[in-house]
Design a binder for this molecule. Structure first.
Ligand SMILES: [Cu+2]
Length: 174
């Protein structure tokens, strides 16, 4: 169904392009005075350019003013639980693995050896947060778990022959 719709849409647009090219080619054989058309459409061009730049500026200012996006989602009044995470070939060293629903958690993620990826997965193995685990650098992940359960930490970056063993679990209780 989608494939047929894509085919039909493509054919319609290809025909349109073909027709437009044909008409332009046909018309180009006739000499005519373009001065008034030029004047009219140069004005339109300036109008569209100004409108576009204005819209883009407004959108940019509106969407980028909250940068950086990695700010904690919890309020400043709340004390987050700081968890030190160290990735090693091939496992995870974590200062804490048990959390409560609604408790703001701040993972400080680094690596002892090579680049790894720190990915938190829920019970359906859907990724809910991630960052890079890099040697000599700490990345922060802020998360407040909303559902109790056993979550998995998987390495997201191929880091060596036993990369697939880099799995650990954390538990979240009510
Ligand atoms: Cu790894």
């Amino acid at each position: 169904m989608v494939q047929t719709a894509a085919w039909v849409t493509s054919l319609v647009f290809m025909s349109l392009v073909f027709i437009v090219f044909g008409v332009v080619a046909w018309k180009s054989r006739v000499k005519s005075d373009y001065e008034h058309i030029k004047k009219k459409w140069y004005k339109a061009r300036i109008f569209y350019a100004t409108t576009l730049v204005t819209i883009l500026l407004v959108v940019c200012i509106y969407t980028l003013r909250e940068l950086p996006y990695d700010l904690p989602i919890y309020g400043e009044a709340q004390d987050p639980t700081i968890v030190d995470v160290e990735a090693v070939q091939f496992g995870w060293l974590m200062s804490e693995t048990e959390f409560k629903v609604g408790e703001p958690v701040e993972f400080h993620v680094t690596s002892k050896d090579v680049n790894h990826g720190f990915g938190i997965y829920d019970e359906d193995l859907t990724i809910i947060a991630q960052t890079q685990a890099m040697p000599e650098y700490t990345n922060n992940v802020y998360i407040t778990f909303t559902k109790p359960g056993t979550y998995k930490i998987l390495c997201l970056e191929y880091c060596g022959t036993a990369h697939h063993y880099m799995v650990t679990e954390i538990t979240v209780t009510e």
